[in-house]
Design a protein around this ligand. Structure first.
Ligand code: FAD
Length: 591
C-alpha cells in the first residue's frame, strides 16, 4: 500500500505563481502570509496528513460507523487522529482571529484541506462541514450566538453539520417540511432530516446542527425557509455543555463509499433552536455554507484523484509484465505507452484541477479583502462563475480518474486489498451531494451565464485568447490547441445566447456539456499559464529543472489529450435539446 506524499511542490507553485500569493499577502490582514511561512505550514500539514491521518483511511473503510443507544460510534483511530489535528491548531488556520483563528488566507487553508482529504476523505468531511457551519454562523449569527459557539467550533472542540435533506426534499428544497415554532427567545424545531454527514459522532462533546426549517404561517416554497442553530447538547450560561437537546440519531446509512463518515438520519422533536439571519432568509443564509462546501467538495474530487494517482504510479513502477520496444526482457508496466497515457492523464488532469480550484479560492480572498469596490465585484464574479465548475467538472472527472487508477492496477485494482478500489467508491458520492452535477450545471448556465448575457465569461475567454496568442517556441502547440478550444467555447456561448430564448428546454438540455466544456477549457488555460511560467524559469536558470520541464510536458499532454474534449462538448451543446425532449416514456422502455 503506497503512503500518501502531499504534493507540496506543486501546491506551492500553484499558490505562488498561478493564484498570486504575493498580491493576496498585500491585502489587509494577510500580511503574515509570506512564502516562507506558507512553505513551513504546508510542510507541517503534510507530515500530519501522511503520518497521522492517512493511516486511518483503510481502517475507516473497513470498520465503518454504527449507532449504539442513539449515539454514533466512529473507529477509535479517528479519535486519536482528530486529537492531534486540534492539538496542532489546524481547525482554525483560515478562521477569524477574533474568535481564536489564525486568519490566514483561504488560499493557504485550501492546501491543508486538500492534504486532509487525500489522506482520508471520510474523516476530512467532519472538518469540512464544521467549517461550512461556522462560516454561516459568523456571517448570519447574532453576537450572542457567536460568543457561545464560534470559538468552540473554530478550535474544533465542537463540530458542525448541515441539515437540508428530507425524504421528499432532495435537490428541491422548497419541499422541506421540518417546522419551527417560537418559544421565547428560542424556537422549537421538529422534523426528520436524512443523509446528514457527520450528523453525530463520539469524538467531541457537542455537535452543532444548522437546520433548514419552515416557520409557522410562512409562505410555501423556499421563501418560507429559515435557518436554525440546534445544538446536540444545550449550552449553559457559563459556556459549559448542559442537558441533551431533543435531537436523536435514528440510524446511519450503509453505503458504497466513505464508510468512515457517518451519514445520519436525525429526528428533531421540539428541539431548542436559535434563528440565524432573518425569518424567511434561510436559504440565502444556508448558501454561505453551501458555497463554501461546493468549493470544498470540488477540492475533494481532486484530492481523491491525487491519492489514486500516487497509488497507481507506485504500482506501475513495481509491476513487471510484458515486453516493450527498446527494452530487453520483461519490463515494468510503466514502459507501456498505454500505461503512460493513463498515468499522464491522471497527473495532468489533477494538476489542472488543483490550479483551477486554487485560483478560484484566490479570487475569494481578493473578494473578501480588496478595498476597491470595483475589484471586489470583479473577483466575486469570477468566484461565482468558477464555483459550479470547480464542484461539477472536478467531481465528474474524478470518477474517471479514480477508475483509471483501478485500471492501472489490473485485477489487483478490482479486489479490495490494494486500496485502489476504495478511492473509486469514495469518489462516487462527490457528484451527488452538495448539489448534483445537474444542479451545478443549471446554476452555471442560468445564474452565472445567461442572467448577465455571458459578460464575466466573455471577459475570461478574451483573457484566454490573449494568453494563447502569446505562446510560441516550444509552447506554440499548447497555444494553438488552447486558441482553437477557446474559439469552440466562444462559438457555443454565442449559440446559447442566440437560441436559449427560443426553447426553454435548451439551457437544461445543454448545461452538462457547457459545464464540462468550460472545465476542460479552464484546465487547459491554467496549465498553459503554468507552462509559460515554467519556460521563463528554465530560461532564467533554475535549480528545479525537472519540476519545470515536467510542467511543460504535462501541459503539452493535456493540450493534446484533454483539450480536444472541448470541441466534443461544443458539438453536443450546439445540437440543442430537441431530440432528448422528443423521446417518450414508452420509447425509453423499448415498448
Ligand atoms: C453520503 C451522503 C451524504 C450527504 N450529506 C448531506 C448532508 O450533510 N446534509 C444534507 O442536507 N444532505 C446531504 N446529502 C443529501 C444530498 O445532498 C442529496 O442526496 C442530493 O442533494 C440529491 O438529492 P436526492 O438524493 O433527493 O436526489 P434527487 O433530487 O431526487 O435527484 C435525482 C436525480 O435527478 C436530477 N435532478 C433533480 N432535480 C433536478 C433539476 N432541477 N435539474 C436537473 N436535474 C435534476 C439530479 O441531478 C439527480 O441526477 C447527502 C447524501 C449522501 C448520499
Amino acid at each position: 500500500m503506497a503512503d500518501y506524499r502531499a504534493p507540496v511542490k506543486d501546491m506551492l507553485f500553484v499558490i505562488n505563481e498561478l493564484a498570486g500569493l504575493a498580491e493576496i499577502a498585500a491585502l489587509p490582514g494577510y500580511e503574515e502570509a509570506t512564502p516562507d511561512l506558507v512553505e513551513a505550514v504546508l510542510e507541517e500539514a503534510a507530515q500530519l496528513a501522511r503520518e497521522v491521518i492517512a493511516p486511518t483511511n483503510i481502517i475507516g473503510d473497513e470498520k465503518g460507523t454504527h449507532v449504539v443507544d442513539g449515539q454514533v460510534i466512529v473507529p477509535p483511530e479517528f479519535h486519536a487522529a482528530y486529537k492531534q489535528y486540534i492539538d496542532g491548531g489546524w481547525p482554525g488556520i483560515g478562521c477569524n482571529p477574533e474568535f481564536g483563528g489564525q486568519g490566514l488566507p483561504a488560499l493557504i487553508s485550501v492546501a491543508v484541506e486538500e492534504m486532509l482529504q487525500s489522506a482520508n476523505l471520510a474523516w476530512s468531511l467532519c472538518p469540512l462541514l464544521t467549517h461550512g457551519a461556522l462560516h454561516a454562523l459568523e456571517a448570519h449569527g447574532s453576537d450572542a450566538l457567536k460568543a457561545i459557539y464560534l470559538g468552540e467550533m473554530i478550535a474544533g472542540e465542537w463540530t458542525g453539520t448541515m441539515n437540508l435533506t428530507e425524504p421528499q426534499a432532495g435537490s428541491d428544497l422548497s419541499m422541506v417540511r421540518t417546522n419551527a415554532v417560537p418559544d421565547g427567545d428560542a424556537w422549537r424545531v421538529s422534523g426528520q432530516k436524512i443523509f446528514i454527514t457527520w450528523g453525530d459522532q463520539d469524538i467531541t462533546e457537542n455537535v452543532i446542527h444548522l437546520v433548514l426549517s419552515r416557520t409557522q404561517d410562512a409562505p410555501a416554497g423556499v421563501k418560507g425557509l429559515s435557518l436554525f442553530l440546534v445544538p446536540k447538547y444545550l449550552v449553559n450560561e457559563d459556556g459549559s455543555v448542559g442537558e441533551r437537546n431533543n435531537v436523536t440519531t435514528v440510524s446511519v446509512e450503509h453505503k458504497l463509499g466513505i464508510h468512515g463518515s457517518p451519514t445520519c438520519v436525525l429526528d428533531f422533536q421540539n428541539a431548542t433552536g436559535y434563528m440565524l439571519g432573518a425569518e424567511g432568509d434561510g436559504l440565502a443564509c444556508m448558501f454561505t455554507m453551501m458555497n463554501s462546501a461546493r468549493l470544498s467538495v470540488g477540492l475533494e474530487g481532486m484530492s481523491v484523484a491525487e491519492r489514486a494517482y500516487q497509488h497507481a504510479l507506485e504500482y506501475a513502477a513495481d509491476r513487471v509484465q510484458g515486453r516493450a520496444p527498446g527494452h530487453e526482457g520483461s519490463v515494468s508496466i510503466l514502459e507501456h505507452p498505454d500505461v503512460r497515457r493513463m498515468l499522464l492523464t491522471m497527473k495532468s488532469e489533477v494538476e489542472a484541477m488543483r490550479a483551477v480550484a486554487y485560483v478560484a479560492i484566490g479570487h475569494l480572498d481578493h473578494a473578501a479583502r480588496s478595498g476597491d469596490p470595483d475589484l471586489q465585484v470583479f473577483h466575486q464574479a469570477r468566484v461565482d462563475l468558477l464555483t459550479p465548475i470547480v464542484k461539477g467538472w472536478i467531481t465528474e472527472r474524478a470518477q474517471e480518474l479514480t477508475s483509471v487508477g483501478v485500471q492501472i492496477h489490473g485485477g489487483m485494482g478490482y479486489i479490495e486489498e490494494t486500496g485502489a478500489a476504495q478511492y473509486m467508491r469514495d469518489a462516487r458520492i462527490l457528484t451527488i451531494y452538495e448539489g448534483t452535477t445537474g444542479i451545478q450545471a443549471g446554476d452555471l448556465i442560468g445564474r452565472k451565464v445567461l442572467r448577465e448575457q455571458g459578460t464575466t465569461l466573455t471577459a475570461l475567454l478574451d483573457e484566454i485568447d490573449a494568453l494563447a496568442g502569446g505562446l510560441d517556441g516550444e509552447l506554440a502547440g499548447i497555444g494553438s490547441a488552447l486558441s482553437s478550444a477557446n474559439s469552440d467555447a466562444r462559438e457555443s456561448l454565442t449559440w446559447l445566447l442566440a437560441n436559449h430564448a427560443s426553447d426553454p428546454t435548451i439551457p437544461g438540455g445543454v448545461s452538462y456539456h457547457f459545464l464540462m466544456m468550460l472545465g476542460a477549457l479552464f484546465g487547459g488555460w491554467q496549465l498553459a499559464r503554468a507552462a509559460s511560467i515554467a519556460a521563463d524559469k528554465l530560461a532564467g536558470g533554475t535549480v528545479d529543472n525537472d519540476f519545470y520541464k515536467a510542467k511543460i510536458l504535462t501541459a503539452k499532454f493535456y493540450a493534446e489529450q484533454s483539450l480536444p474534449r472541448v470541441v466534443a462538448h461544443a458539438r453536443s451543446i450546439q445540437s440543442g435539446s430537441a431530440t432528448m425532449m422528443a423521446v417518450t416514456l414508452d420509447q425509453l422502455r423499448g415498448e
